[in-house]
Design a binder for this molecule. Structure first.
Ligand code: F6R
Ligand code: MG
Ligand code: MG
Length: 385
């Protein structure tokens, strides 16, 4: 029988700024799901990273279930009332619509869900990031499922040797493409290196996988809040679910992908590049320059609709090196202040004052004669072509 893992997350208020969630709000979300999820979901877990509350739910209604989505929506609504009572910052900020309309997609919260054929033992890890964007998953997901230096199972486990299939979304044009690895590895990298546009949405086993043919084994939330709302309303901090072991990346191979604090976009005002720091739950708050961007990992095993766990996967001195490197990178980048490449390029910034600056000095820019002549010549040559 198929089972669905639905992970839905939202920022419904934090303190003192965008630092961390507040206990009473998290408790309210949890007790709402517990009380109202009976008969609908078989188990759930509530967690948080930075200013985002995360609900992991298990059920048998498949992806896009209106009832399951509505449960999460109403739980976030209930949490928002508590957040408002305490005057939390940005209370209810990710709930962009007044009422639920059948599917939580496009309403603000981020969602990652997959319907699976559970194995005898079904281990998986939920990764949750704050102060970054969905494309931040491109690097580690590629490492886990396609890089033999990260995942030697691709070389030495016969069940992984054929590689995996990637579903990549163009989140600007709203299009998708399926690419196989290792066959299309260089094409895949060509796309997903542009992480603000091409994002890995799902990973599947190939039909030839002996233990688990043609199955969804990883999924990432790809909800671009800024596109949904038509204006900036908060970075679309992503979450991802990765199934592991037995012909899939081992737990340690999935974790290894985060041992290098690679650079992601987001951080302060959604407008800066910074290293992604893997942390345990106790450090999952955003302090320095509203960050740095952080990732937590919770490990579960699923059996008969029930969850065992979680294990706080990055709460391990083995990741101290990654954290130290990330801190050094922060020290280095911060000295660049408002300059690129610490600051994002103009078209990727979530906050910008440039239009206003340009408006203020409208008509004050003087033509540079020599350069403008060159430009005219170049343009007319182009016309002839
Ligand atoms: C980034 C984030 C924060 C805020 C920043 C300014 O995703 O949440 O870095 O952008 O603290 O917030 P406001 O404009 O609300 O004062
Ligand atoms: Mg957040
Ligand atoms: Mg936020």
């Amino acid at each position: 029988m198929k089972v669905t893992i639905s992970h839905i997350k939202a920022d419904i208020g934090s303190l003192p700024g965008h630092t961390t969630v507040y206990g009473p709000v998290v408790d309210e979300v949890g007790s709402y799901v517990k009380k109202n999820g009976e008969g609908l979901i078989s188990d759930f877990h509530i967690s948080s990273v930075g200013d985002d509350i995360q609900i992991t739910m298990i059920h048998d209604r498949g992806v896009d279930s209106p009832e399951v989505h509505e449960l999460a929506w109403n739980a976030f609504k209930a949490g928002t009332s508590v957040a408002k009572k305490y005057g939390l910052y940005g209370a209810g900020q990710d709930l962009l619509k007044d009422s639920f309309s059948g599917n939580i997609k496009g309403m603000g919260p981020g969602i990652a869900e997959m319907e699976i054929t559970p194995r005898k033992s079904e281990p998986f890890i939920v990764y949750m990031m704050d102060k970054t964007e969905p494309g931040a998953f491109n690097f580690p997901i590629f490492k886990m499922f396609a890089d033999p230096y990260n995942t030697p199972g691709l070389v030495i486990d016969t069940n992984m040797h054929d590689g995996f299939r990637f579903e990549v979304w163009d989140i600007v044009e709203a299009k998708k493409i399926f690419l196989d690895c290792p066959e299309h590895m260089y094409d895949l990298l060509g796309l997903i290196g542009s992480k603000s546009r091409y994002v890995i949405k799902r990973v599947y086993t190939k039909k030839s996988h002996e233990k688990l043919p043609d199955e969804n084994v990883a999924v990432i939330s790809t909800d671009k809040l800024s596109f949904i709302a038509g204006e900036y309303v908060g970075k679309d901090d992503p979450a991802g679910i990765v199934r592991i072991q037995s012909g899939l990346p081992a737990s340690g191979e999935a974790m290894e992908a985060f041992s290098f604090p690679y650079m992601v976009s987001g951080w302060m005002r959604g407008s800066f590049n910074g290293p992604l720091m893997p942390v345990g739950l106790k450090d999952a708050k955003m302090s320095r320059f509203d960050g740095p961007p952080k990732v937590i990992g919770l490990g579960f095993v699923l059996k008969d609709g029930k969850l065992a766990g979680p294990v706080d996967m990055f709460d391990d001195p083995a990741f101290d090196g990654a954290r130290r490197t990330a801190t050094q990178v922060v020290d280095y980048l911060r000295r660049m202040g408002p300059f690129e490449p610490h600051r994002l390029p103009e078209d990727e910034m979530e906050y910008t004052s440039l239009p206003r600056v340009l408006e203020k000095f409208k008509g004050k820019f003087e033509v540079i004669e020599s350069q403008s002549k060159k430009r005219e010549v170049k343009l007319s040559t182009k016309d002839v072509d």
